[in-house]
Design a protein around this ligand. Structure first.
Ligand SMILES: [Zn+2]
Length: 186
């Protein structure tokens, strides 16, 4: 009986940590998702069905993930690839715009698809900041800061919640169907 109870307790613990992990990792996929062509609109109930609780808290309720958390460690070790919206799959950033700001959240100096990223003034929390959102689903991504002196082409820091992103490694992208025509060298 005692052993059974202990086993039950151990199983519960395992379930908790697996659940915890699911919440704090960045979603990855092995191929580029289909791009939304129009505005993506869903009710809160519909969003809750397709997002993890942590994604919902960040994307739909403008929450912020823990700095220097699991997702940030993951981000730092990711190689080349593309970052899509965790809510609607719109392409947002690529590893080309990624840089190490040391701030504890995934940082980019520019979006890769500017039309998919919008900003607006954010006066919440007694601060004046510029909020970054997905233009397709209005999901909250993070904030952008300018003129901090980072040695990047824009000196902007798009400080983004990793949980709000979906990563597709470049190596996983499908190979081009046809071989590029060879260009004759002069
Ligand atoms: Zn989106």
């Amino acid at each position: 009986m005692k052993a059974a109870l202990m086993l039950a307790a151990a199983l519960t613990l395992c379930a908790c940590s697996a659940e915890e992990k699911k919440k704090t990792v960045m979603e990855t996929a092995d191929k580029a998702p289909e791009q939304p062509t129009a505005k993506v609109e869903k009710t809160d109930q519909e969003w809750k069905k397709i997002l993890t609780p942590e994604q919902y808290r960040i994307l739909r309720q403008a929450g912020t993930e823990r700095a220097h958390g699991e997702v940030y460690k993951e981000f730092k070790h990711q190689g080349e690839g593309t970052y899509y919206c965790g809510g609607c799959n719109a392409e947002l950033f690529t590893s080309k715009e990624k840089f190490d700001s040391g701030c504890g959240w995934p940082s980019f100096y520019d979006p890769s698809k500017a039309k998919n990223v919008v900003t607006r003034d954010d006066f919440s929390g007694g601060m004046v900041r510029t909020e970054v959102l997905c233009a397709k689903c209005d999901g909250h991504l993070g904030h952008v800061f300018k003129g901090e002196g980072f040695d990047t082409p824009t000196d902007k820091r798009y400080c983004i919640n990793g949980v709000a992103l979906k990563f597709v490694p470049a190596a996983a992208a499908p190979a081009p169907a046809k071989e590029e025509p060879k260009v004759e060298k002069k």
